[in-house]
Design a protein around this ligand. Structure first.
Ligand code: PLP
Length: 392
C-alpha cells in the first residue's frame, strides 16, 4: 500500500479516537524516525516518553527476539525467570518491596487504586473508599484511572465515574488537607504532572503529603508512569525529594515500546492477596524479558546520568529561548521532560517543526513538551533547537 492508501484504510477501519498526523511511520534508528517515503524526523517525543533507549537498540532487540524463540506467554500460574529478575531490579531501583506487572499505565493505576481500597478494608474501614487526586492530573483512560484524572474534558462524557473521588490543587498542601475525611484511603499524585502541563512538585508539598498519609494511615500513591524511569535525571522523580510513596505506578519506558507497566508496593501496602487481582498477560515472559533488559541497559548505558547532563543542557538552552522570544511565557521541567508555555496554541509550531523533520508534542494547548529518548545528546538538543527556532 502507498502512503495515501494506508491513511485511507486507517480512517476507514481504526476508531477515530485520535487525530493522527498524515504520516506513516516505517522504522526508527536511535533518535530518528523514518516515514514510509524515507523522510527523516528527529524525535523529541519518543512515542510519548516511552522509547528511553532510542529506536532499534540492538541489545534490547536481541533480548526480546531470544525470548520470542523461547516462550512468550505461560499465564501467571507459573514463574518465569526474566519476569522475576525484572521485578527484583525494579523493586530495588524504586526502593519498594513488591511488583505487580500490568500491560499499560492505566492498568497500573487501577491496581494502585485497588491496593488502597483493600488496605482500608483490611484495616476494618469498610467505607474507606475515598481517594484524593489533583486537578490537572492525568492517570489514564480506564474508568478508575479516569475517575482520578483531574480534567473535565476527559471525564464529563463518562460520568458518573467511581464514587468518592475528591480533587485538590497540586502543590497546595492545605487544599489536600481539607479534602481528608474519615473515609479517605489514599492520595494519588504525579511528582511531575506531565499531560497537565509539565508542573514540577515542590518539596514541601510531597513531604507534607507523606506526613499527612502517615498521620492518617492512608496510602500515598505516586504516578511515575511518565516522569519515572530516569526521565527527570533520577531513576524515579520522587527520588529528587527523598520521599517514597506506599504505592508507585510505572509504565512507558519500562517496556521501551513493549506494552509493560507495573505497580509497586512497600511492605505496608502489600494489601492485595491471592485472588484479589490478576492479569492474563501482565508480566508474561516476553514483557519480563523486555523490562529486565531495559533495566540492565539503563545501568550499562548510564541512562540516568545522561538524562541529568543533557537535561541540564536542554534547560539552559530553553531558558535562552524563553528570554529571546516574547511569545514564550514560561519554561519548566526536570531532566528530559520539559515544557515551554506560549501565549497561543502550539499546534502551528508542531506542524512547522514536523514539516522540517522534527517531532514535537504538546501538553495542553499552549505548552510544547520535550520528551526525547533518554539517549539524546547535546548535539541532538542543538539540532532540535535549529529546527524549533525556524518553526517559531
Ligand atoms: N499516568 C500518566 C502520568 C501518564 O502520562 C499516562 C499516559 O500518558 C498514563 C498514566 C496512562 O498510561 P497508558 O497510556 O499506558 O495507559
Amino acid at each position: 500500500m502507498n502512503k495515501q492508501q494506508i491513511i485511507d484504510q486507517g480512517e476507514q477501519y481504526l476508531l477515530h479516537t485520535y487525530n493522527r498526523y498524515p504520516i506513516v511511520m516505517d522504522h526508527g534508528e536511535g533518535m530518528y524516525l523514518y516515514d514510509n517515503e524515507g523522510k527523516q524526523y528527529l524525535d523529541f517525543c519518543a512515542g510519548i516518553a516511552v522509547f528511553a533507549l532510542g529506536y532499534n537498540n540492538q541489545e534490547f532487540n536481541e533480548a526480546v527476539k531470544n525470548q520470542v524463540d523461547k516462550i512468550i506467554h505461560t499465564s501467571n500460574y507459573f514463574y518465569s525467570e526474566p519476569t522475576v529478575e525484572a521485578a527484583k531490579k525494579l523493586a530495588e531501583a524504586a526502593g519498594m518491596s513488591k511488583v505487580f506487572f500490568t500491560n499499560s499505565g492505566t492498568e497500573a493505576i487501577e491496581g494502585a487504586l485497588k491496593t488502597a481500597l483493600r488496605y482500608a478494608y483490611n484495616r476494618g474501614r469498610r467505607n474507606g473508599h475515598e481517594i484524593i487526586a489533583m486537578h490537572h492530573s492525568f492517570h489514564g483512560r480506564s474508568l478508575g484511572a479516569l475517575s482520578v484524572t483531574g480534567n473535565a474534558q476527559y471525564q464529563d462524557p463518562f460520568k458518573p465515574l467511581i464514587a468518592g473521588i475528591r480533587f485538590a490543587d497540586f502543590n497546595d498542601l492545605e487544599s489536600v488537607k481539607v479534602q481528608v475525611t474519615e473515609k479517605t484511603c489514599a492520595i494519588i499524585v504525579e511528582p511531575l504532572q506531565g499531560e497537565g502541563g509539565i508542573y514540577v512538585a515542590e518539596e514541601p508539598f510531597l513531604k507534607g503529603l507523606r506526613e499527612l498519609c502517615d498521620a492518617q494511615d492512608i496510602l500515598l500513591i505516586f504516578d511515575e508512569i511518565q516522569c519515572g524511569m530516569g526521565r527527570t535525571g533520577t531513576m524515579f522523580a520522587c527520588q529528587h525529594y527523598g520521599v517514597l510513596p506506599d504505592v508507585m505506578a510505572v509504565a512507558k519506558a519500562i517496556g521501551n515500546g513493549l506494552p509493560v507497566g507495573a505497580f509497586l508496593c512497600n511492605e505496608k501496602a502489600c494489601a492485595l492477596g491471592a485472588g484479589d487481582h490478576g492479569s492474563t498477560y501482565g508480566g508474561n515472559p516476553l514483557a519480563g524479558a523486555a523490562a529486565n533488559q531495559v533495566l540492565t541497559l539503563f545501568e550499562k548505558l548510564k541512562i540516568v546520568e545522561n538524562t541529568k547532563e543533557v537535561g541540564a543542557y536542554l534547560y539552559g538552552k530553553l531558558e535562552e529561548l524563553a528570554e529571546k522570544y516574547p511569545q514564550i511565557t514560561g519554561h519548566r521541567g526536570l531532566g528530559l521532560i520539559q515544557g515551554l508555555e506560549f501565549k497561543e496554541t502550539v499546534a502551528p509550531i508542531i506542524q512547522r517543526a514536523q514539516d522540517q523533520g522534527l517531532i514535537l508534542i504538546n501538553a495542553g494547548k499552549n505548552i510544547l513538551r520535550f520528551v526525547p529518548p533518554l539517549i539524546a545528546s547535546k548535539q541532538d538538543v542543538d539540532d532540535m533547537l535549529v529546527i524549533l527556532e525556524k518553526s517559531l
